[in-house]
Every structure is written in C-alpha cells, then in structure tokens.
Design a protein around this ligand. Structure first.
Ligand code: ATP
Length: 386
C-alpha cells in the first residue's frame, strides 16, 4: 500500500488535500493522471450501467437540498453526527441543512419529474454520479475512508413482486464491471439484518482483498423496498392495472474512490526487465490515463522529432489522450510510462525515416506488460492501439 501511495504521488495520480499545510484528514486531491483515470472509470460505468441498457436515465442533482429531504429520508435521525451541517443564506432567510451522505435522495425526490418527463414503464432506473460527504470519525487507509468522496449509484424501480429478479441482474452487472476493471480479488458477502442500513431488507457487500483489510467493502447492492418513495409520499400510476402504487427499489451503489483504489491495487505490478527491477500499472486499455506515448529516439535530431510530432498529431485525432515525450533517455521514458500504466510506447527511429529502406514509415511499438517491441507500419498503428 505504501508503494502505491508513493507511486500515486510521484506520478501525479493522488495527493493529500492541502498538503503544504499538513494535509486535512479525509480529503484527497486527484492530479492529472488520477483525474483522467477517474473520468475513464466513470465513463465506462455510464456506458455499462446506463447507455448499454434501454431502461436507464441519468441525472445530476444538487448536493445541498431542502432540510426536509434528509429529515424525511431518515438520514438526520440515523446518520446523526456523520452528516456535515451547513448554513444556507443569511439573517432571517437562513436555513440549516446538511451535505448529502449519498447521491440517492436526489433521485427519489425527483421521481415525479422523471415520470412526467419520460413516462417510463416499470422497471426502469435512474443513475447518478456525484459527491457525497460523511464526517467519518476516523478517516483512514488512503482514499478508502474519506470525508468527501464520490459515488456512482443507480436507483432501479420495480414492482415488488419482481425485486429478486432485478437484484440478480444488477449483481451480475457489478461482477462483470469488476472484471472489466481488472478487479479480481472480489467476493460477495450477505449483510446480516443488524448490520444493514435502516432502509434495507437485503444487502450484499462486494468486498475486496485490500492490504489493510482482507474483506473491506468495495460496493454495495441493496434492496431498499418502497421505503424512500413512501417516505417522500411519491407514487406511480401503473398503466397495466390502472392503479396507483409505490415501486420498490434496487440500488447498486459504487464508490468511485474505492473503485479507483481497488483498480490501482489490482494493476500494481513489479517484475524484472532487461536485468532491472521495474514497477508498472497493468491497467486495462480502456481506462489507462494515457492510451499511447510517442517518442523520437533522440531529442537532438530534428528529423526524428518532426516525424514523431507528425505521428503524435495523427494519433491524437483518434484517441483522447496521447503523450509526446522526448525527455531523458528512452529507458527513463519507458519507466515513466510503465508507472502511469500506458499500454503502448511508440518510438520513431532512423529506420522510420528510411535508413533501412524496407522499414521506411514503420515504428517500434512496445507492449507495457511484456516489454516486447515489434515493428508496425504507421498506417496500422491506430488498429494496434485501439
Ligand atoms: P462502510 O461500511 O465502509 O462505512 P457503507 O456501508 O457505509 O461503507 P454505503 O453507505 O453502502 O457504505 O455507501 C456506498 C458506497 O460508497 C460504498 O460501498 C463505498 O464504495 C462508498 N463509500 C462509503 N463511505 C465511504 C467513505 N467514507 N469513503 C470513500 N468511499 C465511501
């Protein structure tokens, strides 16, 4: 874990918040590569949990809401000290409320707007990615337990008779998502009644083998019954029966930061390459912060640099994040990209320029995991990187 924390700082993934003032327990900042990794994970989640399906909507609700929302939801009573109190407005207008501790309530409170805007048929769901705040008594273990963190949640509305079926569908979806991120040390745990949240009739924790806790919670999947919609006095006109009813809710709840931590811990690898020890992040291609890095073999040869710039510009048209690097020797550049988790490094050398005529317009492409290099035509590069 210490090695990972050190890599995250060294390579610009994650830093303690307010570090020059000694940090601030429970708060962390994401640097350049951490931010891109986070975005890529959120993007993949959105793709799998929303856009690949036909029955999902996405939303983005406010962090601060009318005090009645968290009173009615039971959070003020059940979360108590863990809620961050905030004062909104001044003077007579002043209201005391709390920062949200989960993104879910915004989705419930908007239920009528969702129905009126899209007229969805049951079952359907609403997804949201956003910040949540908990005044944790002892924030710890890097980004595992923070006071400000992010969640990716789905509230999936079903008929009460169908909750088990939907619970299984989301359970499978969560396991598949873990595989896609390269998170394998994951298992499920049934949460006992006494440990379940006040709203839940069934919860499964997806636990991960963290270095500090062999069975630490990564994600949760809860059956929230009709608890929330009922509390907020919301219902649904069932067109099948013509009656008003209160849908039940299945909630896959994924912490963004714990997902990043489990992904990074799973990807962190060491080996020996060319007689030297190395560290690399074996991140899946889809979420690696840099898709490929392009190097001129030598920095002081303008022909190599300009050809490398040309290849770089061409790849940038297709891929979101390609890096150009001509700093230091090639070995050092490889080491840096390995630690960032860049799947491919492309080098432009004298053969690219035609020193060996048969190799003109080819480059070397190095695989992060094996360190192996092969020559490919520039025109085939995009296919190889994709
Ligand atoms: P724990 O038991 O570890 O406190 P929880 O059961 O209270 O977690 P939930 O209320 O189910 O967590 O929240 C859903 C998800 O949000 C969790 O599975 C986790 O990924 C994330 N999460 C919860 N609390 C934190 C926190 N303090 N820091 C970072 N992520 C968190």
């Amino acid at each position: 874990m210490e090695e990972l924390i050190s890599l995250c700082k060294r390579r610009g993934f994650i830093y303690p918040s307010s570090e020059i003032y000694g940090g601030f327990a429970g708060f962390w900042n994401y640097g350049h590569y951490g931010t891109i990794l986070k975005d890529n994970i959120k993007h993949l989640w959105k793709q799998r949990f929303v856009f690949d399906r036909e029955d999902m909507f996405i939303t983005d609700t406010s962090i601060i809401s009318n005090p009645k929302v968290l009173q009615t939801s039971g959070h003020v009573k059940n979360f108590g000290n863990e809620l961050f109190k905030v004062e909104v407005g001044t003077g007579e207008e002043k209201a005391v409320t709390h920062l949200r501790a989960e993104t879910a309530q915004g989705i419930f409170v908007d239920f009528k707007n969702t129905i009126d805007a899209y007229h969805p048929k049951l079952p359907f769901g609403v997804a949201q990615i956003g910040k949540a705040f908990r005044n944790e008594i002892s924030p710890r273990d890097f980004i595992f337990r923070q006071r400000e963190f992010e969640q990716m949640e789905v509230e999936y509305f079903v008929r009460s008779s169908n909750w088990e079926e939907s619970f299984e569908v989301w359970r499978k979806q969560m396991n598949e998502f873990a595989q896609e991120l390269g998170i394998y040390k994951i298992s499920e745990e049934e949460v006992s009644e006494k440990d379940r949240a006040h709203y839940s009739k069934r919860t499964i924790d997806f636990v991960f083998e963290y270095p500090f806790d062999e069975r630490g919670e990564l994600w949760g999947l809860a059956y929230r019954t009709d608890f929330d919609l009922k509390n907020h006095n919301l219902d649904y006109l069932d067109e099948e029966t013509g009656e008003r009813m209160v849908p039940h809710v299945i909630e896959p709840s994924l912490g963004v930061d714990r997902t990043i931590l489990a992904t990074l811990l799973s990807a962190y690898s060491t080996d020996e390459l060319g007689g030297e020890a190395r560290i690399y992040l074996k991140l899946p291609k889809e979420i690696a912060p840099v898709k490929a890095a392009v190097f001129p073999l030598l920095k002081n040869k303008p022909e190599l640099v300009s050809k490398a710039r040309e290849v770089y510009a061409e790849l940038k048209k297709t891929f979101s994040n390609i890096e150009f690097d001509d700093n230091g020797n090639i070995g050092k550049r490889y080491r840096r990209q390995d630690e960032i988790g860049t799947p491919f490094c492309v080098t432009i050398d004298f053969d690219t320029l035609g020193e060996t005529q048969a190799l003109k317009d080819t480059v070397t492409i190095r695989d992060r995991d094996t360190g192996e290099q092969k020559r490919v035509k520039i025109e085939d590069l995009k296919e190889v990187i994709r």
